[in-house]
Design a binder for this molecule. Structure first.
Ligand code: ZN
Length: 287
């Protein structure tokens, strides 16, 4: 499942060719992905100009000159291609061409035309159109917490959201009402960096530690986006070789391996919380 950094990397990769571009030769090759496409989807994109490329949680939101916003979720295997090359790198390989290409279009900008494809082998993704002035009130976005990389996300916000909460900090950070788009991998990584036990009740964590937590949440996401951005640049020069999101994690996926923190002799453990794996060091993430 692409996490926020991968989605942000895709947004940044599409921006140079889609921002301000006019969409032409739009083709929709099947009636549905996870959900049906909207009625006359291709016709409603055809001729429209893309005004901006935004992201909210793990959704790509592209407001159009028609007053509608083109919404995309990558699901498990959703991939954009530019002139046939995959945009972004992912942990999970996915076929991108042929029968799996469900939408194709051309983006015309400064007399330069780029062919854009969207493939989704497992079809857990979706594309929709929402009136731009109704996006914030749409069921997908209404009630979402602040963006972890936005100004509204801070230690003070977490202190307010977590006041008196008995739920664990791990489960609370995955709750999209508290913070939007933060997935399992980056919650594990942030708690590890902040030296906070995933088992601690959210309401028991002091304000200074929540400040630290907010900072490291930004840091782990920014580091991953930076890594994705660099692989994205390399990708343009790569001769057809497909790499995948090769971000190194300090805790996630390292069950039984030595803790990487200097001076800690512990090992990474895996437990299950709320149906999801948690990786942490019980030696240096005590409280
Ligand atoms: Zn440790």
């Amino acid at each position: 499942m692409p996490e926020l950094p991968e989605v942000e990397t895709v947004r940044r990769g599409l921006e140079p060719v889609l921002s301000g571009a006019r969409l032409t030769r739009v083709r929709q090759n099947r009636p549905d992905l996870r959900f049906p496409f909207p009625d006359a989807f291709a016709d409603r994109l055809e001729g429209a100009t893309v005004l901006a490329l935004n992201r909210r949680a793990k959704y790509l939101l592209f407001p159009l000159s028609t007053g509608e916003t083109w919404v995309t979720h990558l699901g498990m295997t959703g991939r954009f291609t530019l002139d046939g090359e995959q945009l972004g790198e992912f942990e999970e390989p996915a076929p991108i061409a042929g029968k799996h290409e469900h939408v194709s279009l051309c983006a015309v900008r400064d007399s330069l035309t780029t062919r854009i494809g969207f493939a989704d082998a497992r079809r857990f993704g979706f594309m929709g159109l929402i009136p731009t002035d109704a996006v914030d009130d749409h069921p997908l976005f209404r009630g979402l917490g602040p963006e972890p990389l936005g100004n509204a996300f801070s230690g003070a916000h977490l202190a307010e959201a977590f006041a008196d909460r008995k739920q664990t900090i791990k489960v609370s950070l995955l709750d999209q009402r508290n913070v939007a788009g933060l997935g399992n991998i980056y919650v594990c990584e942030a708690l590890y960096r902040a030296r906070i036990s995933p088992l601690t009740a959210a309401g028991k964590i002091s304000k200074p530690r929540l400040e630290t937590l907010a900072t490291v949440v930004r840091d782990v996401l920014s580091d991953a986006i930076e890594a994705g951005g660099s692989t994205l640049r390399d990708f343009a020069n790569a001769d057809g070789g497909q790499g995948y999101f090769q971000h190194r994690f300090d805790a996630y996926g390292r069950e039984g391996q030595a803790c990487l923190r200097a001076g800690c002799s512990g090992a990474i453990r895996r437990i299950v919380q709320g149906g999801r794996s948690t990786f942490y060091c019980s030696t240096c993430q005590k409280t």
